[in-house]
Design a protein around this ligand. Structure first.
Ligand code: NI
Length: 169
């Protein structure tokens, strides 16, 4: 099932999500739906709050479905270490059509649980490190625009307010 994606402005995107506690069939189904929703939207990551579910759960596939082994499920992820910095264009399915150069760690290690509840530790570099940080941020109620300069962030917010007024958001 493909869920509608919640856009910036909805409260669920800016509140810390609650922990995943049940690793059952329902969670598996939710993960399947999140991958389907992410691929349909051409995203490389999706966090549960983006479909209106306030749980600490996200899916990542930086190959956009090209490599089945690249599918990652992170429940209750925590970034445990970061190294160096990269500044690349970043976007978010909840802020469609807005992209901005965003500073992130070049390398990041995340500790999480997989869909069965098994503890996992994953390290990523470049786009994968960016995805770990971006999706973990979502679960803490944070969006990529909070890493931009005040000026840049306000300019994006102003455009969104204008679009919302015109019924285009
Ligand atoms: Ni996002």
């Amino acid at each position: 099932m493909i869920y509608p994606i919640v856009k910036y402005g909805q409260e669920v995107l800016e509140k810390p999500a609650g922990p995943v506690t049940e690793f059952d069939g329902e969670l598996k189904k939710l993960v399947t739906d999140m991958f389907e929703t992410m691929y349909a939207a051409n995203g490389v990551g999706l966090a549960a709050p983006q479909i209106g579910i306030a749980k600490r759960l996200c899916v990542i596939d930086i190959t956009s479905g090209q490599d089945p082994n690249a599918r990652l499920v992170l429940a209750n992820p925590v970034i445990i270490s970061v190294e160096e910095e990269q500044v690349q264009e970043e976007g978010c399915l909840s802020l469609p059509d807005f992209r901005a150069k965003t500073p992130r760690p070049l390398r990041a290690t995340v500790r999480a649980q997989d869909v069965t509840g098994q503890e996992i530790t994953l390290s990523g570099e470049g786009l994968l490190a960016r995805a770990f940080c971006h999706e973990t941020d979502h679960l803490n109620g944070m969006l990529f625009i909070s890493h931009l300069t005040h000026l840049k962030r306000e300019s994006i917010k102003r455009k969104i307010r204008k679009m919302a007024k015109a019924g285009e958001w």
